[in-house]
Design a binder for this molecule. Structure first.
Ligand code: NAD
Ligand code: TYD
Length: 351
């Protein structure tokens, strides 16, 4: 019998890369993608795999307990990779409740359903919760987050993810649910919704719009190519030890302003315009409330224990990403109509 694997949030940015990897690499798995198709979910991200025999899509909301319970009873999944979430910090500042509902209640619904359906036999099952480095809080100039760094979330988004991480661990300790957790740094790559820094800047340069940099642009993020994150998720799902947490990072820190300037210069070359043209669009705007200063991941545990490290050099992944957004104009155009335009207006109006 084929193993049935549930992947939640598979129509989103990272989820779609995980689905593609699993569907192509594991023909002997039945991959079920559960996604509510919020503004961030886009089935166009999966058009190259949606006709594969080992893939199916179910539209549904993880906050709907009855739906989730019925789904687990029907499919009796062998494993769960849980990526569905509200994921954008700025949206969490204007609408925290949506994050509490999906990220906390939605996760608990999945945990309860898995606990119930696996109650007689948990030994070959796995519930893998995909989380963020933002749960650890904000760093100064030195130091890195390790798996034992105390949680110190500071935005409604990171607080909701931290809460879900705690609940996942509580189900391991209390009910012996076979869980594993990973906390990853900022991802970049194809199919990322253009509310996040990199696709937003690419898109604004394309349309000669200003590039909004929060505060002084000196906040630091550790960027990882999304396909490398998907490979880490594959390793952890198959080889990660139950009850453990693994940090995933790119060892690739950039201040926002340096990253955006680099992006501007590459875009100038690609668009055949004088170097400096795009940088003129940079505009320093009002800072994000509670803006975390620096994130940096110590990923030595996953490297030592599971043999994973980033495979793609930043220069290569970054260029590949920019090319993808320049080539896939139809994808961007579809997203840019509708919710995103309204969100953009509201978010940047008074900055
Ligand atoms: P995303 O916002 O691009 O995608 C989230 C997906 O979840 C969407 O397809 C959306 O439709 C779906 N979803 C939202 N609410 C749902 C609900 N109630 N029921 C069912 N589906 C729902 O997010 P992403 O950037 O791909 O992040 C995926 C996961 O990885 C999240 O858990 C996030 O916290 C984590 N993460 C993201 C990053 C990053 O840099 N993007 C870094 C580390 C960890
Ligand atoms: P983002 O892509 O939203 O990811 P996160 O907040 O989860 O790290 O933002 C990355 C960094 O870029 C973060 O420090 C905030 C900053 N930023 C801007 O300066 N301007 C923007 O318009 C956005 C969306 C982000």
């Amino acid at each position: 019998m084929k193993k049935k694997i549930l992947i939640t949030g598979g129509a989103g940015f990272i989820g779609s890369h995980v689905i593609r990897l699993f569907v192509n690499k594991y023909p002997n798995y039945e991959i079920i993608n559960l996604d509510a198709l919020t503004y961030a979910g886009n089935l166009e991200n999966l058009c190259d795999v949606d006709s594969k025999p080992n893939y199916s899509f179910i539209k549904g909301d993880i906050t709907d307990l009855e739906f989730v319970t019925n789904l687990f009873n029907k499919y009796k999944f062998d494993g769960v990779l849980h990526l569905a979430a509200e994921s954008h910090v700025d949206r969490s500042i204007s609408d925290p409740l949506a994050f509490i509902n999906t990220n906390i209640l939605g996760t608990v619904n999945l945990l309860n359903a898995a606990k119930e359906v696996w109650k007689d036999e948990m030994s070959d099952k796995k519930f893998y919760h995909i989380s963020t480095d933002e749960v650890y809080g904000s760093l100064g100039i030195t130091g890195k987050f390790t798996e034992t760094t105390s949680y110190d979330p500071r935005s409604p988004y990171s607080a909701s993810k931290a809460s879900s991480d705690h609940l996942v661990r509580a189900y391991f300790h209390t009910y012996k649910l076979p869980v594993v957790i990973s906390n990853c740094s900022n991802n970049y790559g194809a199919n990322q919704f253009p509310e996040k820094l990199i696709p937003l800047v690419i898109n604004n340069i394309k349309h000669s719009k200003t590039l909004p940099i929060y505060g002084k642009g000196d906040n630091i993020r550790d960027w990882l190519f999304v396909e490398d994150h998907a490979l880490a998720i594959d390793k952890i799902y198959h080889e990660g030890k139950v009850g453990e947490t693994y940090n995933i990072g790119g060892n690739n820190e950039w201040t926002n302003i340096d990253l955006v300037k680099k992006l501007c210069d590459i875009m100038d070359k690609k668009l055949d315009q004088a170097i400096g043209t795009s940088q003129k669009l940079i505009s320093f705007v009002k800072d994000r409330a509670g803006h975390d200063m620096r994130y940096a991941i110590d990923a030595s545990k996953i490297e030592k224990e599971l043999g994973w490290k980033p495979s793609i050099k930043f220069e290569e992944g970054f260029e590949q990403t920019i090319d993808w957004y320049l080539e896939n104009t139809e994808w961007s155009d579809h997203i840019l109509s509708g919710d995103y335009e309204k969100y953009y207006e509201k978010q940047y109006k008074n900055r």
